[in-house]
Design a protein around this ligand. Structure first.
Ligand code: PRE
Length: 296
């Protein structure tokens, strides 16, 4: 009879053990899918949408997972399995499609979409980010996936609004030095009351002149920017603890006095999967900016 050196168990015994574990996993999956019923109605009465997309809750669950994770199985594998399970369960409650930004490499976009939303949701290719914003805004609770590039080809975030689509999550959520599905992206969804609980607030900020290099000193991350004829259109991220007037002051202190400053969403702070699970991800620099007031 063949033996496996690490466990000392015979092949048949190992298979019996695996069968028992699989039966427990399968039973738990069926139980979870059943437990999901009732969430759509509860979500609507809590001020959410029927989409059953609650990224702050997702973030809490992922943080718990990171804390209890041990052993050889890569954390990112557990993340993906868990995302697939969540989306398979929610798709029993609501039909949510995900609209994809056609401006990004299709293979990267598909990888990201399937990693986070599994195979239970319909994917709808869009022509560009603005198209995705529009599609989410008029949908029955669909989501949008927009690739984040330092420099945008158009200020697509101008169309984000409380009445339409807002930024609701940032991907990848689990930040690792190397990981699959690593295209930086934002998830868009229709406004719901739960956006207020996000860790990080996202603003549409516009000012004349250059993009100052001192924004990061004020705790402002430039997610993306567009250089217009009159100045800069930027999508910026800053702690959601700050009231809007303090965000304005922070921009002014950095040398970018906004003519427009509009809150256009928020997201749960990504987890740094490389280090201490209690620490949230801190971006290394100002979206690749150097020291001076340079990028035009
Ligand atoms: O806890 C919720 O609010 C749910 O809607 C349930 C659930 C889940 O399946 O665990 C589903 C979708 C959300 O994104 C987060 C969690």
């Amino acid at each position: 009879m063949s033996q496996l050196p690490d466990s000392g168990l015979a092949l048949d015994d190992l298979r019996t053990r695996i069968d028992a574990i699989d039966a427990r996993i399968h039973a738990a999956l069926m139980e979870r899918a059943q437990a999901e019923s009732g969430f759509a109605a509860a979500s609507l009465s809590a001020g959410g949408t029927s989409a059953l997309f609650h990224p702050e809750r997702d973030a809490d669950m992922m943080r718990q997972m990171v804390e209890r994770h041990e052993g050889d199985l890569p954390l990112v594998t557990v993340e993906h399995l868990w995302r697939d399970i969540i989306c398979a369960c929610t798709s029993l409650q609501s039909d949510t499609a995900v609209h994809l930004d056609g401006g990004a490499e299709l293979i990267d976009m598909l990888d990201l979409a399937r990693f986070y939303f599994g195979f239970s949701v319909e994917l709808v290719p869009g022509s560009d980010a603005a198209d995705v914003v529009g599609a989410v805004a008029v949908s029955q609770g669909d989501l949008g996936l927009v690739a984040l590039t330092d420099r945008a080809e158009m200020p697509w975030w101008r169309e984000l609004s409380e009445a339409g689509a807002l930024v609701r999550a940032r991907l990848p959520f689990l930040v690792l030095d190397e990981r699959p599905a690593d295209l930086p992206a934002l998830v868009l969804a229709q406004a719901d009351s739960l956006v207020e609980t996000a860790d990080i607030a996202v603003y549409d900020a516009r000012w004349t002149d250059l993009l100052p290099g001192r924004l990061m000193d004020q705790g402002i991350e430039v997610l993306s920017f567009f250089r217009s004829a009159s100045g800069v259109d930027a999508l910026i991220a800053i702690s959601a603890d700050l009231p809007e007037e303090d965000v304005f002051k922070a921009c002014v202190a950095a040398g970018a006095e906004p003519e427009v400053l509009r809150r256009v969403g928020g997201y749960a702070a990504p987890i740094d999967g490389n280090g201490d699970p209690d620490e949230t991800f801190e971006p290394e620099d100002d979206a690749g900016l150097g020291e001076g007031d340079v990028r035009k």
